[in-house]
Ligand binder design. Structure first.
Ligand code: ZN
Length: 164
């Protein structure tokens, strides 16, 4: 499917797939969220380290198709340095982009822009969306834990499908 994308998009996507600056573990992260896309066999785990109200560092681990892993890499890069509110805006912008709505100019998508070509392939949208769906769950779980206790403990969010 990557072959069918525009040349520019294909290069950006394959670049992230072959080498991601954000792949790996992050033991000091407070949020660990994972999920899978059974339709394609994609799996991804995101590790987010928060500090001073911002997402300090992001790493991900996963396996699956080029779209799912490249999307995770781009999304990880875009998340770093954002506040959790900005991260939610970015997630909404990516959902809108996949539905064919051009996102607000104020939101810098960075390399994620390359995924706009994916919306022509509805099955592949699920591959791309895995990354932000996983992070959305992770952030939601973190928010709940923060409001229910005074101490912030590690959050582990698993896939709905039950397989870990
Ligand atoms: Zn996939």
């Amino acid at each position: 499917m990557v072959e069918q994308l525009d040349e520019l998009y294909r290069e950006v996507i394959l670049g992230h797939f072959k080498h991601s600056a954000h792949s790996g573990e992050l033991p000091e992260a407070q949020i660990h969220a994972n999920g899978e896309n059974p339709l394609c066999g994609d799996q991804v785990t995101f590790h987010l380290k928060l500090g001073n109200g911002r997402i300090d560092r992001v790493r991900f681990q996963g396996k699956g198709c080029a779209i799912s892993q490249a999307a995770s890499s781009m999304f990880a890069a875009a998340l770093e340095g954002k506040t959790t509110a900005q991260a939610r805006q970015l997630i909404e912008a990516m959902k809108a982009l996949m539905q064919g709505t051009e996102p607000d100019d104020a939101i810098d998508l960075g390399d994620l822009e390359a995924l706009s070509g994916v919306r022509k392939f509805p099955v592949r949208v699920k591959c791309a969306a895995l990354s932000w769906n996983v992070v959305e769950q992770g952030l939601a779980g973190y928010q709940i834990s923060k409001s229910s206790t005074n101490t912030i403990s590690d959050i582990v969010v698993g896939a709905k499908n039950g397989r870990d």
